[in-house]
Structures are given as C-alpha cells and as structure tokens.
Design a binder for this molecule. Structure first.
Ligand code: PLP
Length: 415
C-alpha cells in the first residue's frame, strides 16, 4: 500500500515502492556526490547524462547568480531578447553541425523534440504538402516524454499504456537502413521527417552500425525528407566531438539538444535549425510560428550555458573524452566472457553492459550503490555508464574493477 504521506512524486518510479527508500543527495563535486548522511558516491552516469563538466562548478553558479541579479528572465516571444540568449545563439551557431544554423531555445530535451517535430511538419504545410505529416522513428529510441516524444518512443514500455497519442508515426528497426528504405518506398510521399539518436542512449546504448547514418541521409535526400538528429545525450562532447552528427557525418536538417548544454546547472534546451527549414519558416508570408515556451531563452539559463561552454573549451574536455574513450572501451571489453554478461557496447564516454539474466540488473545497481557507485539500469537488461568528462583514468579504472568484481559475483549466482 502506498504511503499517502509521501508528497514527492518521483518520475519513472513505481511509487508503491519508494517511500522509506529514498536516497537524498545533498552535495556534488566533480564526479562525486554526497548524500544527506555524508556517504560519498561516484556519479557513473553524470546524473541523467547531463553533468558533463562535473558537479559543484562555482563559475557556472556565479555566472547564473550574476544574471539572476541583473535580469533573471523576460520572455523572448516576438521582438524581445536578452544578452545571454543572443550570445548563446551565436555561439551555438558557430559549433553547430549544420552550416548557417538558427537556434530556437527550449527548456529541455522533450521540448526540443516536440519543437523540431512541429517545425518539420510546419515546413511541409507551408510548402503546400499537407499530406507530409508522418515522422519515422526507430526501435529502442527515447525522445523524451512530451506528446511527440511519447508517440515516437521505440522503447515499448514508454509508448504503451496511454492509448494512441499520435497517429502519424512509423517505426523502423534502429540498425537496418533497408527497413527504412522499404518504409520510404511505401510511404515516402507522406513522410515529413526521420528522427534518430546518433547513438541510441536510454534504449540501451546502441552505437550505429557502420555506414548507417550515411545510408539514412541518402534515403532522406532521395525522398526529399527532413532528418532530425536527437543529440540530447550526444551533444556538447559526449563522443569527443561537439556533436555526434560531425562524427558520423549525419548532415541533419535539425538537431535537438539539452542536457550537456548547461551540464544540468539550469534547465535549457536548444534546437539547431538549418537553412532549409529556417528559410521557409522565416519567409515573408509564412506568418508567425505559433510555438514557444515561457522559458525559451531564459537569461540565467543561457548565462549558465555560456559558462558551461567556456569550461568545455578552456579545459578542452572533448580531448579528455577522447583520451578516456579507449580506457572505457578496454575496461568494458575485458568484461566480455563473464557468465553474467551478455554483451557490452560503447562509443566515446558512453557505455552499457547488458546482463545475461535481465532480472539481475536491479541487483547489480543496488550492489554498486552499496559500494559507493551510482548508476542505473536501462530497459531492464543493461546498466548505463556515462560519467562526467572530468572523471580521471584512475577513477574510471577503479569503477571498472568494482564492476568486474560484482559481475563475477553475480555470475556465481548463476550456478
Ligand atoms: N531525447 C533524448 C535522446 C534523451 O535522452 C532525452 C532524455 O533523456 C530526451 C530527449 C528528453 O529530455 P528531457 O528529459 O530533458 O525532456
């Protein structure tokens, strides 16, 4: 029976099981966290894949506080702007994986996905192709939990249980461009856009198969369809380049981002929009784009993002990710062959270990927590490894050693 005195409703939680079992976090510094009784934990997932520059960065707090004191926020609807929003838009355009991009600010990843989906559909409406409403997504995909994101979800549990959210969505296997070709052959004239995470993240960390994104881009070109890269996890350095779109030569028309944009210090997202969509939606006659959020371009959040980008650049954290990439790869590869392990997957500073017995996932997460390491299960069979970029090689190897011990122990339970 649920405890009715519990007031905090946790997202993605079975609330019949939470009361009395909360872990209250009080402080963070670098890749370390402390709970309310002073126990220390290694943050192996950078929160929900966001704390890329690490916790406790005074310079981001100071930048946000200074902005909060002068002008916390004023809506940027219509003609209004603020200095941090203008500066951040310029800065993002300069690093975007699209030439000559415009930047539309949101409050997070789900907002960014819904914004990009609406931009894609609006683009075709304005061009007179009112039949182009379908968005193609992939199995295992996670695109946030707003209306579009839920309808686009490729993780079955996330899409189900609400009734139909949206009719104009098709799904294809995430690793097979020929299935996408078949969908195009059948529905091509109705497809507004294809959306995909460059590396499937919450769905289990699946790097793309060789050449996948070039094939997808070629199909989108052939059928004149828009391509949306959801870089909410991969954006801002997780794979050692600013964007995964650069790494995999995706050439997207729109890029959705959030998380690493501020490293989570304040909520902020951004959609990077290429000239094809921008020019149509900004053309005389297109009229007002009737979409936006109260906190789009929130001044203090944009100030936090600027400071976060300063840190990423000054400390060259992308280079740190590139240095740690082979370390994580070698450590995870060495787990292959353990009885408890079914598969390991990794790219950049992003990895997953899939268990041979899915029901052991929660046990593994609990045992690692007892040993002072916080991470979480993904889709019921894998664990997520996505530490802050500031983790040291020693800390990463220490974590991997503890993980190997616990996996070995779990393997004994198989007998
Ligand atoms: N898109 C991807 C690829 C994500 O991983 C997430 C969140 O994990 C989202 C969108 C949604 O972001 P938010 O939770 O900030 O709304």
């Amino acid at each position: 029976m649920a405890d009715k005195a519990q007031r905090l409703w946790h997202p993605f939680a079975d609330m019949s099981r939470i009361p009395g079992h909360e872990l209250v976090l009080a402080r963070g510094e670098g890749c370390w966290l402390w709970d309310d009784v002073g126990r220390r934990y290694l943050d192996v997932t950078a929160g929900l894949w966001f704390a890329n520059v690490g916790h406790g960065r005074a310079e981001i707090a100071d930048a946000a506080a200074a902005q909060l004191r002068s002008l916390a926020a004023y809506s940027i609807f219509d003609r209004y702007a603020n200095e941090p929003a203008l500066a951040l838009a310029d800065r993002l355009a300069a690093i975007a994986p699209i030439e000559d991009a415009a930047v539309f600010f949101t409050s997070g990843g789900s907002d960014s996905v819904d914004t990009a989906a609406k931009m894609a559909r609006r683009y075709w409406q304005l061009r007179g192709h009112t039949e182009r409403t379908v968005i193609v997504a992939r199995t295992n995909a996670y695109h946030g939990m707003h209306g579009f994101g839920t309808a686009l979800a490729g993780i079955p549990g996330n899409a189900a249980g609400w009734g139909q959210i949206m009719p104009d969505v098709l799904h294809v296997p995430h690793d097979d461009h020929t299935a996408l070709a078949a969908v195009f052959a059948q529905h091509g004239t109705k497809i507004a856009a294809v959306i995909g995470e460059p590396v499937i993240a919450a769905g289990g960390v699946y790097p793309p198969v060789e050449g996948y994104w070039k094939q997808v881009r070629a199909l989108c070109d052939e059928y004149d369809t828009l391509l949306i890269a959801d870089e909410v996890v991969t954006g801002y350095g997780r794979l050692g380049s600013w964007f995964a779109s650069d790494l995999f030569e995706i050439r997207p028309d729109l890029v959705t981002t959030a998380k690493g944009l501020t490293s989570g210090y304040l909520p902020l997202g951004a959609v990077l929009v290429g000239p094809r969509v921008r020019d149509e939606l900004w053309s005389a006659g297109a009229g007002m784009f009737r979409h936006g959020y109260t906190y789009s371009g929130h001044a203090a959040a944009c100030a936090a993002a600027l400071s976060n980008l300063d840190i990423l650049e000054h400390e060259d954290l992308a280079a740190q990710v590139r240095r740690l990439t082979p370390v994580l790869a070698a450590e995870l590869d060495s787990l292959r062959g353990l009885p408890a392990v079914r598969e390991v997957r990794h790219v950049g500073l992003l990895g997953a270990v899939q268990l041979a017995q899915p029901e052991q996932t929660d046990t593994l997460v609990a045992r690692l927590r007892e040993r002072g390491m916080l991470l979480r299960g993904l889709v019921g069979h894998s664990i997520q490894i996505s530490p802050p970029f500031v983790i040291t090689e020693t800390e990463l190897r220490k974590f991997a050693a503890v993980l190997a011990e616990e996996l070995t122990e779990l393997g004994r339970d198989h007998a």
